[in-house]
Write a protein that binds this ligand. Structure first.
Ligand SMILES: [Fe+2]
Length: 608
């Protein structure tokens, strides 16, 4: 038996993953335990959790693998500084202490994190090898092209290669500072959102705008080649030498300064978002077509932060040359921990690989679960009132009824998801047909006014009845149009509405999950990989005829997704959520004793 621990840390989204004889036993992001979003510190809690899940001590590990090569990254930092000196002195000086303290002495940090009990080998994979391994090894394919699209690792920002059997091989790369991820982040910054987490908002904003700046981006900011390789004009960017993403020349080119965060979003930001989204899709398509020409393979695997751009992914699937695609759900740096561990097993140790029909990620339900006795002990301690259901069917029937009555419900069941999306193990759910659901969930629970609709979870076997797609999308990484026969046209009055007001116009018979352009970020729910969640949606369908429910992550704005029953109960109590499911226990808000501290709770999370 060989057990390998993979670690990613010190950039953003630290995580740990444990692989035993090629099987993924556990994986989790540090933020869920520390409650600090995108926590980049050494993933101590995640490591401890993984070891506990496998029931071993650090001494029993056979190998530990870190997801990138710190020395190469340091070299990039140093060379970038020298190339732009003395311009980047301030950002360089700010980066140095962390490097000296932790990153350059990684083996020491890892020893400490393993409680000085581990004496085996420590491997370092390259950043993009880790992403590529995370994309291919868990995929259902024997052979596939691999594309990683990212901000930056050591030097590479975009790579492509081939996975076959138990090997991945990177063939070509685009190097820093030319980066699709950083281009997107530059516009995230410029439109007033937070880099490395607000990219999703830019994507959500894009359908409201016109891509009127796309040509300007292509002519001034970048030189894009037919094969998808590109060069970014550093004249307009500041990330090599400063502390911001863009500079004064950029402002001048796009006609004004960056939007202040939390100020009103205007048509201009919407047009900027539409423009960078269009360019990103164009670059993605060119790369994908080129890689298809070069590899002549049927299947494609994707990872890296840009692979979370599910609008782009949906286009690749619909309009691209590959027959099938698989995307690592933890596509960002957290997934590097998993990739590093799998790389060590297959490629370093040369162990065979048997692809599984769906995939080997098991729905990405790879985090901690909590027993009913643990849950009851906690609920009793805080004096909560709850009903325990003897069987799951009965619970699901009751929850379906609550949903139909318009209730917003917190749902914690089974192992926590690995990756940024909630997939029905730590979700807030509701009725997608309800015209008020979108606004209700946003204001009562999320404390945000959002221009993004929520995502639908749909029974896998019914997905084609609602959406223009008929394939697996278990990780909510593909956007597909709502079927035409379910759409509702906007009238002339409604067409004149601006921004978020448009979102309140009903666009289909499942309005809570339909975007203004009729798109939806679909999660297909499979009976095999997510039996409890499947059963719940089935119960809702039996009651209402609708096999779709609303699924949003179980958290408030700025908060990492809940992990424990304690986290879930607090989030339930401090918001206007109306019911809470913890395994087979159901709490109704009206029955609960009051709990003080709501104000403080909301304040502890920084807005993202
Ligand atoms: Fe990365």
């Amino acid at each position: 038996m060989t057990t390998i621990l993979g670690i990613s840390a010190f950039y953003h989204d630290s995580a740990a993953a444990l692989v035993r004889d090629g099987q993924i036993l556990a994986a989790a992001q540090e933020e869920r335990f520390t409650r600090i979003k995108h926590d980049f510190n050494f993933p101590q809690h995640a490591v401890d959790y993984c070891l506990a899940e496998a029931g071993i001590t650090p001494a029993q590990l056979d190998a530990v693998c870190f997801y990138d090569k710190p020395l190469l990254k340091f070299e990039r930092l140093l060379e970038t500084y020298l190339a732009f000196a003395p311009l980047g002195l301030r950002s360089f000086m700010m980066a140095i202490p962390l490097w000296v303290r932790q990153k350059l002495f990684l083996p020491r940090e890892i020893d400490k994190g393993l409680h000085d009990q581990y004496e085996g080998p420590i491997y370092f994979t390259q950043h993009h090898e880790s992403h590529a391994a995370s994309a291919f090894f868990p995929s259902p394919f024997e052979e596939a092209a691999i594309v990683t699209l990212d901000g930056v690792g050591e030097w590479a920002t975009t790579t492509w290669g081939v996975g076959k059997g138990n090997r991945v091989e990177i063939r070509k790369e685009v190097r820093f500072p030319h980066s699709l991820g950083l281009l997107y982040s530059a516009f995230t910054y410029y439109t007033g959102f937070k880099v490395n987490s607000g990219e999703y908002k830019v994507m959500g904003l894009a359908p409201y705008g016109e891509p009127r700046y796309a040509d300007l981006i292509l002519s001034e900011l970048m030189d894009l080649k037919e094969d998808g390789s590109f060069w970014l004009n550093q004249k307009y960017f500041n990330y090599c030498s400063g502390l911001t993403m863009t500079n004064g020349r950029f402002d001048k080119l796009f006609g004004g300064p960056a939007r202040q965060s939390e100020s009103r979003v205007t048509q201009r930001e919407m047009d900027l978002a539409a423009s960078v989204q269009k360019v990103t899709e164009e670059v993605m398509m060119r790369i994908i077509r080129h890689v298809h020409r070069q590899t002549v393979l049927d299947n494609l695997c994707l990872a890296g932060g840009v692979a979370l751009n599910c609008v782009g992914n949906g286009k690749i699937l619909r309009d691209g040359p590959f027959k099938d695609i698989w995307i690592q759900p933890a596509a960002g740096d957290a997934g590097g921990a998993l990739g590093a561990a799998l790389f060590t097993w297959h490629q370093v140790m040369d162990k065979p690989r048997t692809p599984q029909p769906l995939d080997s990620q098991t729905g990405s339900y790879l985090g901690p679960a909590y027993s009913e006795s643990q849950i009851r002990a906690y609920l009793d301690r805080v004096g909560a009132k709850y009903t325990v259901y003897a069987n799951e069917d009965e619970l699901c029937r009751h929850v379906a009824e609550l949903m139909e009555r318009g209730k917003v419900i917190g749902f914690l069941k089974g192992r926590m998801e690995f990756g940024p999306r909630a997939l029905g193990a730590r979700s807030i759910i509701g009725d997608p047909r309800n015209p008020k659901m979108q606004a209700q969930m946003n204001l009562k629970v999320k404390f945000r006014e959002s221009f993004r609709p929520f995502a639908p979870s749909c029974l896998r076997e019914k997905v084609a009845d609602y959406f223009e797609m008929d394939c697996e999308s278990p990780y909510m990484l593909l956007v597909a149009p709502v079927r035409e026969d379910r759409r509702l046209e906007m009238n002339q009055e409604q067409k004149k509405l601006f921004g978020i007001d448009k979102l309140h116009v009903l666009r289909s018979d499942i309005p809570a999950v339909t975007h203004v352009d009729y798109s939806a970020r679909v999660q297909t729910v499979n009976k095999q990989t997510a039996p409890a969640y499947w059963k719940l949606i089935k119960a809702f369908e039996e009651r209402t005829g609708c096999p779709v429910i609303v699924n949003t992550s179980f958290n408030i704005r700025g908060e990492p997704i809940v992990c424990t029953p304690q986290d879930a109960y607090k989030c339930f109590m401090y918001t206007d959520m109306e019911a809470l499911v913890l395994e087979n226990c159901l709490c109704l808000k009206e029955d609960q004793p009051p709990m003080s501290g709501a104000e403080q709770y909301r304040k502890q999370f920084k807005l993202d």
